[in-house]
Ligand binder design. Structure first.
Ligand code: TNX
Length: 533
């Protein structure tokens, strides 16, 4: 009895041992798989880079930026070296206020110890125009890209790897300006990552727009679309038609003084944006949203008389005359003048909410205006339902703000995704935030982050996404900041980082840290208590 008991005890323990070994073995197999995933989270949670880079590998040690550091630049040719030194100049200016360092910019490919090196030498075509590689050792930080544009995007990452005090505008003395030893390989998912600002409903000055451009650039936004005309205001000087700005630009929603950009100011905005590798896309909204033009010139109206100026917020009441040659002559002149000062290949012709234009007239009008735009060598963009007009084909880009892009899909038109319920910066965060509208619903930070353009169109037709700030309720810089930030960081990441690498819980941690950078720059962002406890 005792023996038998002993025997079965032995075999039982053998079986248990076998089970134990098997369990350990399978756990370790499983762990191998799991580790691949968790490595990513671990790696990214020690930095707050937004948008999240494609690959980030951390080593040991750190690079130290000191007053003796220099920025070396060298391209594949003179022109590239010149362009890289302009990027270095911008970086130097950004690092100066907080560090107090006057970094030297040196043209050369043999960076001394403790320097930053920006180069296109050795950049690979596969990186595309915006991709870059950033190698940080204890001696140097090297950014290598196929194009200077990629170097500029990499520089944005470099700044985010420095302590958050780096973006302060006053001297900080108790901080070590270090970057962890690491290697980053990065490039964007989408080529079009935009912010739109409606300067028609409320006017924002040249400097206010430049400030927004500068902030957006640090999150690798590469398009800023200016909604230049609407019922309430005409904001761009047209030399042939001075009354457009003298009359049409003289007011705004609520009856304020309005304003406009001279052509020189517009050019200055374009240049400022281009220095930050952002393309400005001008929009003249037609045939609806046109009251400011109709109020400026009588010949644009059936009775030959100027319409009264409008300072309310209704939409859909105005229309150009779609069967008057005077209309097309006027529009052609306007598009010509703007095209001459706008280097973008795109020209946005609006096309939304033309509720007082008959469908057949709308179709005829947008077809003709698209041709005029193409005649000046530009690619037209239009809001839906422009895609439903028979004359509109795949040479036109659809900016999709409602859910209907069926016609665009059929015609294989390229699309920019701006679905109102996900991407509209003028929607309130929730019922208690002070400004904005709610017709497309509330858009909390999480909703703004948790979606993907491919939910709305096939991947091969998507150029990217754009977040529009309509300004019926937005009239100050503080309000503008509040609506744009921090949601724009989420849109920037949707545009840059492939959806497989995006995860709200992990993003939230990076966003929380980014809050300090926003505060340090004086950006009046919405401090959601769910993220900033
Ligand atoms: C719809 S979106 C509009 C704009 C308004 C906006 C307000 C679009 C193409 N048209 O005219 O400003 O809603 O959210």
């Amino acid at each position: 009895m005792k023996k038998k008991h002993n025997k079965s005890f032995k075999s039982l323990s053998l079986i248990m041992l076998a089970i134990l070994i098997l369990t350990f073995y399978s756990i370790s197999l499983f762990r191998d798989k799991e580790e691949v995933q968790s490595v990513f989270v671990e790696e990214t949670s020690d930095n707050d880079i937004i948008p999240k880079p494609l690959r980030y590998e951390k080593g040991t040690g750190k690079f130290l930026l000191t007053k003796d550091s220099s920025i070396y630049v060298k391209g594949n040719n003179e022109a590239e070296t010149e362009e890289l030194s302009r990027i270095a100049e911008l970086l130097k200016e950004k690092l100066k206020p907080s560090t107090g360092f006057e970094l030297n910019i040196i043209r050369g490919e043999k960076p001394a110890v403790s320097s930053i090196y920006l180069t296109t030498i050795g950049g690979e075509e596969a990186q595309g125009n915006e991709g870059y590689k950033m190698i940080t050792t204890s001696e140097n930080v090297k950014i290598i890209a196929y194009k200077p544009e990629g170097v500029f995007r990499g520089v944005q990452t470099l700044k985010q790897l420095l302590p958050t005090d780096i973006v302060k505008s006053t001297l900080v003395t108790n901080v070590e300006w270090s970057i962890p030893v690491s290697t980053i390989n990065d490039k964007p998912e989408y080529q079009y990552r935009g912010l739109m600002i409606d300067v028609a409903r409320h006017f924002f000055t040249e400097d206010e727009i430049k400030r927004q451009i500068d902030y957006a650039a640090q999150y690798k936004i590469n398009r800023v679309h200016l909604h230049l005309t609407d019922d309430q205001g005409w904001r761009i000087e047209i030399k042939k038609y001075p009354d457009l700005t003298l009359i049409g630009g003289s007011t705004e929603v609520g009856g304020g003084p309005g304003g406009y950009y001279t052509q020189d100011q517009f050019k200055s905005i374009v240049k400022y944006a281009a220095d930050r590798y952002i393309e400005i896309i001008p929009e003249v909204d037609m045939p609806g949203h046109s009251n400011a033009a109709l109020a400026s010139y009588g010949f644009l109206n059936p009775d030959g008389k100027r319409k009264p100026l409008y300072t309310g917020t209704d939409v859909g009441f105005s229309s150009f005359m779609t069967h008057s040659e005077k209309t097309y002559e006027f529009i052609s002149d306007v598009i010509k003048e703007i095209s001459e000062i706008s280097p973008s290949k795109y020209f946005h012709i609006g096309g939304d909410e033309a509720e007082s234009t008959k469908k057949a007239d709308y179709d005829y009008f947008v077809g003709r205006v698209a041709k005029i735009v193409e005649g000046y060598g530009k690619t037209p963009i239009g809001w839906d339902p422009i895609d439903t007009a028979p004359e509109i084909n795949s040479s036109v880009v659809l900016q999709n703000w409602k859910d209907s892009n069926e016609a665009a899909r059929e015609k294989k038109m390229k699309m920019i995704i701006s679905i109102a319920s996900k991407a509209y910066l003028d929607m309130k965060y929730n019922e208690s935030t002070p400004y904005g509208l709610d017709w497309a619903g509330y858009i909390p930070i999480e909703t703004a982050y948790k979606w993907d353009p491919t939910e709305y169109a096939p991947r091969d037709l998507i150029l990217g996404l754009e977040a529009p700030l309509w300004t019926e309720t937005i009239s100050t810089v503080e309000q503008m900041d509040f609506m744009i930030y921090p949601r724009l960081l989420g849109y920037a990441e949707i545009g840059w980082t492939p959806k497989e690498l995006r995860n709200w819980d992990e993003y939230k941690i990076r966003l929380e840290k980014q809050g300090e950078r926003l505060s340090n720059q004086g950006i009046n962002y919405y401090r959601d208590s769910g993220i900033w406890k």
